[in-house]
Ligand binder design. Structure first.
Ligand code: R1X
Length: 239
């Protein structure tokens, strides 16, 4: 069976999957694998198989925002995914996590619309504790500033006339903001698979975006580090 939105053939991907928003980044990660092979590239969904340290791993892009990403996550699970790690970028809430740092997100705030069409609003969006801690174990081996905690998932990237709730969530203890993790965590928990998320900080979420430039060396380096961390996490597991 070929899945309609991603064009993945069921059973052809690994149980271990790294997802990222950008199809270009999926290609970058795929090029780090041995015997890398692109299975499909339809819409924003690029699907690559390969081996890292001898372990069969799939890399898949999910695009920007929860609705499109949720389509990807659902089809990945239908195709056989059992563990999904999202590697992404996020905006920081704190000067103690400047651009170039990492957040390992054990949980996500559901400040988006998609998951509210799937499960009741009281359902938390949390990662698989075991997988999150495995990611953290690998992160400790890198020379990188990181914290584990909560990230806020929003639908909007550019502000309109309503203030984003960044300050409120910062006061509540959240570390930063991105746009897809809540959907991964809600869907993974609902479907009974494990998920984790790691994020390279590329600026401050509460800034007005006029000077936002994620294409700088310190962010590129942090993205490269989180990718290595995710690959090692999946490759070092027993199963
Ligand atoms: O999750 C956010 C979104 O996918 C992070 O980067 C993108 C917006 O630039």
């Amino acid at each position: 069976m070929i899945l309609p939105n991603t064009k993945i053939k069921v059973g052809t991907i690994s149980e271990k999957v790294i997802v990222c928003g950008d199809p270009g980044r999926a290609k970058y990660i795929g090029d780090l694998l041995e015997e890398s092979q692109e299975l499909s590239f339809f819409r924003e969904y690029r699907v690559i198989n390969g081996y890292y340290d001898g372990k069969f791993i799939s890399i898949v892009s999910h695009g920007v925002g929860c609705p499109g990403a949720a389509v990807c996550f659902e089809e990945l699970i239908k195709a056989g995914a059992k563990e999904i790690i999202r590697v992404g970028t996020a905006g920081s809430y704190t000067k103690s996590l400047p651009p170039g740092s990492l957040i390992i997100a054990d949980s996500a705030v559901r400040e988006e619309g998609l998951t509210h069409q799937l499960v009741p609003s009281g359902m938390p969006a949390i990662g698989d504790l075991s997988l999150v801690l495995k990611v953290e174990k690998e992160a400790r081996k890198e020379a990188v500033n990181y914290r584990r905690g909560t990230i806020v998932t929003l639908d909007a990237f550019y502000p309109g006339v309503i203030d984003f709730p960044h300050l409120t969530y910062k006061k509540a203890g959240a570390l930063g903001a991105e746009m897809e993790l809540a959907s991964l965590y809600v869907i993974a928990r609902m479907r009974g698979i494990a998920a984790a998320g790691i994020f390279a900080l590329d600026g401050y979420a509460y800034s007005d975006m006029t000077d936002y430039d994620p294409h700088v060396d310190q962010v590129t380096l942090a993205v490269e580090k989180e990718i290595q961390i995710a690959l090692r996490t999946l490759a070092n597991e027993e199963s």
